[in-house]
Design a protein around this ligand. Structure first.
Ligand code: F6R
Length: 243
């Protein structure tokens, strides 16, 4: 794992947007593993600008999102489908047939999760997988205690994740309690992983990831054994790690 301090979210987002652009330009058939949440909000608009400025052909690019809330349909304002379309997919000529996001309102959620994993497996390894991290060390919605062998499936969100996500909903009761999430094994198949973390709330999780041992109580620690991981942090976390 390589730790990279890029000062703040804005500079880090520019860096990651350029990494994605370079991949898309050098590999027009690339597969991107994408994440949602606050950490990613500046990357996608920046990438959209770069794609427009460079007139990039996206027809053969495939994207897989990490997760989706159970119970929200694609038109729900807080679904990750809506998030991704508003921030990224509505802005350039992405090929809708190559955009994969689990359906949180599928009639059979287990079938949906299984089919998603099969699709991911058959299309191949993502060339780059973006990750945020939960305060409790989750990646995707693989909460503490998740098996390192896990694949895409329906997961229960922990109280701390529900609370963290509640800022986007009117009341805490409106926050979905479950999600469909790629598993830890699914994530580890990516050729390159870029995990981003900013601010005080994430500092302890990053310290455990960087200095702690590999344990299922910190799901992100599985990344310690991946050959190509960049952990991008801001000054807040950098200073905390060096206190
Ligand atoms: C989102 C995801 C989650 C988030 C994590 C951090 O697709 O899989 O693991 O990356 O919960 O969320 P934010 O960025 O909102 O702090």
């Amino acid at each position: 794992m390589k730790l990279i301090n890029l000062k703040n979210k804005s500079i880090a987002s520019d860096y990651v947007a350029v990494e994605l652009l370079k991949l898309i330009q050098s590999t027009p058939t690339a597969t991107l593993g994408l994440a949602t949440g606050n950490t990613m909000t500046e990357i996608y608009p920046r990438l959209s600008e770069l794609l427009t400025a460079n007139r990039v052909n996206l027809n053969d690019i495939k994207t897989f999102n990490l997760d989706e809330y159970v119970g929200l349909n694609s038109s729900h304002p807080q679904s990750y489908y809506t998030y991704m379309h508003e921030l990224l997919f509505n802005h350039n000529e992405w090929n809708e047939d190559h955009i994969y996001i689990p359906r949180g309102d599928a009639p059979d959620l287990e079938d949906e999760a299984y089919a998603y994993e099969q699709r991911l497996f058959s299309i191949g390894q993502p060339d780059i997988q973006l990750l945020g991290i939960g305060e409790n060390g989750h990646i995707g919605f693989n909460e503490p205690g998740t098996s390192f062998d896990s694949q895409t499936r329906v997961v229960d969100l922990t109280d701390s994740t529900i609370k963290a996500n509640s800022i986007h909903f009117d009341t805490i009761d409106d926050v979905p309690k479950q999600a469909i999430s790629m598993g830890l094994q699914s994530i580890m198949r990516a050729k390159r992983i870029i995990l981003l973390a900013f601010g005080e709330r994430k500092q302890e999780a990053i310290e455990r990831l960087v200095n702690g041992s590999k344990t299922e109580t910190l799901p992100a620690s599985i990344l310690q054994t991946h050959p190509n991981v960049d952990i991008i942090i801001d000054d807040v976390i950098f200073n905390y790690l060096n206190h």
